[in-house]
Design a protein around this ligand. Structure first.
Ligand code: F0G
Length: 481
């Protein structure tokens, strides 16, 4: 692949604050194999085999490289069914880093979302969220709530260069409280950072204002803390007054604005599996713990092995290390700068965990009901062996009331950076692939469903191209690696 024409405009990548002790071989896959693979996968990158992928930017979830200390922690597993010492270690670390009193481990983040939704939501309630996340909203709706988006308008505009695009629009929240009544809002759900907006952070000033407003109305606040350390780093860098404060302290201040949180340990906590629900209210904890027995496991393991809890406790301590988190977020920013240098449209500013290609800007000739982001993710894979993920109309699903597609303004391909896994060279290759594909964008056509699942359709959906394209047919003449 050729070098980026404007590569000199991109600053040098940040230097890793770690060295590599163990490696996992990866294998380049030929274009012919990729064409066959994407057809077999029904053009859905979720359905590719990992062995068919060269650089896997599908997700940052469960894909982190654990540290030597985390691998050592696995050996300290106490696999007692009840009262494992690893649970008490996890509890101690969560209390120290997050500041919540009660900790309930779950198999992953959505397990915690399920428990929280079932315990707090009554049918007919409304749950305000700063944009949606797929599993979070699905659990809220499953418990009988209506979802209400209260994020600031800038979040829906890929070009709006706002430092805290994840912020809650306080006027919108207040209007909603007035309209439905505080008694029909069991909690406000605030994600830090906002995945679907592009990994965008929420400011501490905004979190404090949300706390203040909800306190006046007696409404709880729960954070989706999945990428809270990345959010804390953005506060350190962007919010006046925090430049010299450790990420660890900022994180505590964020959490102090909430009644509790759900956490997917698979992201910022640097483990391959795990999550938890944490809160300060004993009654809420007790109800969730009772439900956990049915869905997750006994409350001192919650679907995890003892060793997994020990590794997560260690990961939580590592995620708030200032040198680690600075490299993490700056590596993603560097990748974004490398992609954008060739004119490829991306969501700005670059978020904490991923670079998001703006598929509408990339493929203006593909209408949204032909799933431009899905088509772009499939074409990028065929062109380069780089796997990304659709985050657009397919992910948004159908409106349960009308049965129609929800058409999000953001139609994106997410190129997600696993933590401590890829070097700048890998990411440079992915950036060049985006630039080359952009030059040949007109050759990419849209898609239609051949099988549409009822929920979370991006996982299992099957598709076919609506027209001939060299990216989707084996008779390809287009050049590629
Ligand atoms: N909240 C957010 C913001 C997430 O990004 C995820 C998972 C979850 C909750 C659920 O956590 O997977 O541990 O059950 N996001 C993954 C992703 C799947 O690829 O973005 P989980």
């Amino acid at each position: 692949m050729s070098r980026l024409p404007t590569e000199s405009a991109v600053p040098p990548p940040p230097t890793e604050p770690y060295r590599i002790k163990m490696v996992e071989p990866i294998r380049p896959v030929s274009r012919q194999e990729r064409l066959a693979a994407i057809g077999r996968a029904h053009y859905n990158t979720f359905k590719l085999r990992s062995d068919e992928v060269f650089i896997d930017l599908l997700t940052d979830s469960g894909t982190s490289a654990m540290s030597d200390r985390q691998w050592s922690a696995l050996m300290l597993g106490d696999e007692a069914y009840a009262g494992s010492r690893n649970f008490y270690r996890l509890e101690e670390v969560v209390r120290e880093i997050y500041g919540f009193r009660y900790v309930l481990p779950t198999h992953q983040g959505r397990g915690a979302e399920h428990l929280l939704s079932q315990v707090l939501i009554r049918p007919g309630d409304t749950v305000p969220n700063n944009m949606y996340f797929t599993t979070t909203r699905a659990h809220q709706e499953r418990a009988g709530a209506a979802f209400a988006d209260i994020i600031v308008d800038e979040a829906h505009d890929p070009a709006a260069d706002h430092p805290f695009k994840g912020n809650v629009d306080l006027n919108r929240l207040e209007a909603l409280i007035r309209r439905v009544g505080p008694e029909r809002i069991p909690y406000v759900s605030v994600a830090v950072t906002v995945n679907m907006a592009g990994g965008q952070p929420v400011s501490l000033a905004n979190l404090r204002a949300v706390r203040e407003l909800t306190r006046r109305h007696g409404i709880k606040v729960f954070l989706d803390a999945t990428r809270c350390a990345e959010n804390a780093y953005f506060i350190q860098q962007r919010e006046p007054g925090y430049r010299n404060r450790p990420v660890r302290e900022i994180l505590r201040e964020m959490m102090a604005c909430a009644d509790g949180c759900t956490m997917s340990g698979k992201k910022d906590a640097l483990v391959n599996i795990g999550g938890f629900l944490a809160c300060n209210d004993e009654t809420l904890y007790q109800k969730a713990a009772d439900l956990a027995v049915l869905f997750e496991g006994f409350p001192t393991y919650g679907g995890l092995a003892g060793r997994d809890m020990e590794a997560m406790a260690q990961g939580i301590l590592e995620m708030v290390d200032d040198a680690y988190i600075a490299h993490r977020v700056e590596q993603v920013r560097w990748f974004g700068a490398a992609v954008a240098a060739s004119g490829v449209p991306i969501v700005r500013p670059v978020g904490g965990h991923a670079v998001f290609l703006d598929a509408r800007g990339f493929l203006p000739h593909v209408p949204q009901d032909e799933f431009p982001a899905l088509a772009l993710a499939a074409a990028l894979y065929v062109h380069s062996g780089v796997r990304g993920m659709e985050r657009g109309v397919v992910s948004a699903g159908r409106d349960p009331a009308t049965g129609k597609h929800r058409y999000p303004r953001l139609e994106l391909v997410r190129l997600t950076v696993p933590r401590r896994v890829y070097t700048a060279d890998h990411l440079g290759l992915a950036a060049r692939a985006c630039a080359e594909l952009y030059r040949d964008r007109e050759a990419i056509c849209g898609m239609r469903f051949t099988y549409e699942p009822e929920t979370l359709r991006f996982f299992n959906g099957r598709f076919e191209p609506v027209a001939e394209s060299p990216y989707f047919t084996t008779a390809s003449s287009a050049a590629g690696p």
